[in-house]
Design a binder for this molecule. Structure first.
Ligand SMILES: [Zn+2]
Length: 557
């Protein structure tokens, strides 16, 4: 019989007394240098704490006992060096966060989790994610300033680590360099996206060079990829149609450095970012506005708003054109059914897959948009085919769409969880949003920490205000419609997270998680034509209100 059970056997039944007893045990242990050397003294106190929260899980004392037990395990690890002790501590902190999420110790426990990854597990990226959870989940908690300080410290460490990675690669043998596997591109006369595919992540820098008439060189944008080599399938000169860029050239600049040069005919702005799994660098270039306005088909402009609603104000024609002049009108909407082809999205046994549900919904939605809003609706895919995330926004940018709506289905390990939520692109504000983004990005939560950094740089170019307004209206539209016909509809609200598929979109862009495939009732609904019609109606109502709100805002100039 262990000492632990002996204690709980004799223990009085009140949680207050039990906690006091455990506290005394701990204090007496910490006071004695000699006692601390023996494992059984530690376990005795640990078991005392354990008996508090297992016997009285609902008591006020339970979270305190759990917290102190977890602390003792981490301290014990300092003496024992046994990984199991550390993991036992970690597991108890996690349990506290999960089971006592509203308790004042929850943010402390979350902070300790970050500390364990940082100090003991030597895993700064996971530590970053854990500290980030303190920052976003407990904005008014007392641990937030400390978590923020750690986040700052870790960003420095993580970026240094990446640099070192580059340097190490620089000194390593050629066969350890990351392979540049492909260079892809899509173009219109006013927009080009070039994607450089790599075997794994590398550090890179970019530079815009002026025209050099003496050497007969055009204006050019180049990227240097450190610790990389050119794959043998890559052509040294890749012609790019469209007119903004002349061609892309890729070559081994030094023995560990690849230079990709984009020869420019005429560009106005450019933007560079990277995505993970697989690692790729995306270069977006835009031509000047004159040309881009000309590219909008006059037919669709004429078509717009030819239907007049009764009771419409006479001034509306003028108002619309003003909104349109400001680039805020809506006449073309890209609908993006998530996943497809070899990427099924989330799925459950029995063959029900996210990619199929959202494709059906997208078609219903497109028809309704054309009918009710008199807008052009374009699908990123209209069949079961794989499409990379960067190609979806490339399409929207090329089509000069006014709105981008990505459709998805959620999942969660607990089957009871259900509801509808709408996201726009921004830093994640809660831990589950990080999880959803990681799943939809097909990447690990770790890469989200890096993504948050990228977003800081990209934020200036994205339409956050418009996107959040669109998200609110669409969410409200869906919930409003659904509640009229269905019971138990749950509004999970508007959230923000760094979704790859929304990055680089030049128009207001949202991602709708239409429901949970893991919830029986919601899954059945998502599969029914009636519910899909209802959802689509709700989305259209949301878009309609969004358009009205823009026109309202610019009424009278
Ligand atoms: Zn999805």
């Amino acid at each position: 019989m262990g000492e632990g059970s002996e204690v709980s056997g004799k223990a009085p039944s009140k949680p207050e007394t039990l906690l006091e007893q455990a506290d005394n045990c701990r204090k007496s242990l910490y006071r004695s240098k000699n006692k601390k050397k023996y494992r059984h003294h530690w376990l005795k106190c640990i078991h005392s704490y354990e008996s508090v929260h297992t016997r009285y899980p609902k008591s006020e004392q339970a979270p305190w006992a759990l917290y102190r037990e977890a602390r003792m395990y981490t301290k014990l690890y300092g003496y024992s060096g046994m990984r199991q002790d550390l993991d036992d501590g970690l597991q108890r902190f996690r349990r506290l966060v999960r089971e006592y999420e509203n308790h004042r110790l929850a943010d402390d426990a979350q902070y300790r989790i970050g500390e364990i990854f940082y100090e003991h597990k030597d895993d700064p990226s996971q530590a970053y994610v854990e500290f980030l959870k303190v920052d976003v989940k407990y904005p008014s908690g007392d641990m937030r300033p400390r978590a923020r300080a750690m986040l700052n410290k870790l960003s420095v460490i993580l970026s240094k680590k990446n640099n070192q990675g580059g340097k190490e690669a620089a000194h390593s043998r050629v066969n350890e360099l990351a392979l540049v596997k492909d260079i892809r591109h899509w173009s219109t006369p006013t927009y080009t996206r070039v994607v450089i595919d790599l075997e794994r992540s590398v550090k890179y820098s970019s530079n815009l060079l002026k025209k050099d008439p003496t050497h007969k060189k055009p204006r050019r944008l180049y990227l240097d990829l450190v610790g990389a080599k050119v794959g043998k399938d890559i052509e040294s000169s890749i012609p790019i149609e469209g007119g903004l860029l002349h061609r892309a050239r890729a070559g081994q600049f030094t023995k560990d450095r690849v230079r990709v040069v984009l020869d420019i005919n005429s560009i106005n702005t450019h933007k560079i970012f990277h995505l993970y799994d697989p690692f790729r660098i995306v270069v977006d270039v835009r031509g000047d506005e004159e040309r881009s306005n000309a590219s909008k088909s006059p037919a669709s402009s004429r078509k717009r708003r030819t239907k007049t609603k009764s009771g419409e104000q006479k001034s509306q024609g003028k108002t619309v054109s003003l909104a349109r002049q400001l680039g805020l009108g809506v006449e073309r909407i890209v609908i993006d059914p998530g996943h497809g082809g070899r990427d099924p999205g989330t799925y459950i046994k029995g063959g029900i897959k996210e990619k199929d549900i959202v494709l059906r919904l997208a078609k219903v939605l497109a028809a309704k948009i054309e009918k009710r809003l008199d807008c052009e609706a374009i699908l990123t895919r209209n069949r079961d085919v794989f499409m990379s995330l960067e190609r979806r926004t490339a399409l929207a940018n090329m089509k000069k769409a006014d709105l981008f709506i990505s459709l998805h289905v959620n999942s969660y390990k607990q089957k009871g969880v259900h509801g509808v939520e709408t996201y726009f692109l921004n830093l994640a504000t809660d831990a589950r949003a990080v999880m959803v983004a990681a799943r939809e990005n097909a990447t690990s939560e770790k890469n989200i920490s890096d993504l948050q950094q990228i977003l800081n740089d990209l934020m200036l170019n994205t339409k956050i205000t418009e996107s959040s307004r669109l998200a609110r209206q669409v969410q409200r539209g869906m919930i409003g419609r659904a509640k009229k016909r269905y019971s138990g509809v749950r509004d999970l609200g508007v959230k923000q997270a760094p979704f790859y598929v929304l990055i680089g979109a030049e128009m207001p862009a949202i991602l709708v998680e239409t429901g949970f495939i893991t919830n029986t009732r919601e899954r059945k609904r998502l599969l029914s034509k009636k519910y899909q019609e209802n959802l689509a109606e709700g989305i259209v109502s949301g878009i309609e209100r969004y358009i009205e709100s823009i026109e309202q805002a610019y009424k009278g100039g």
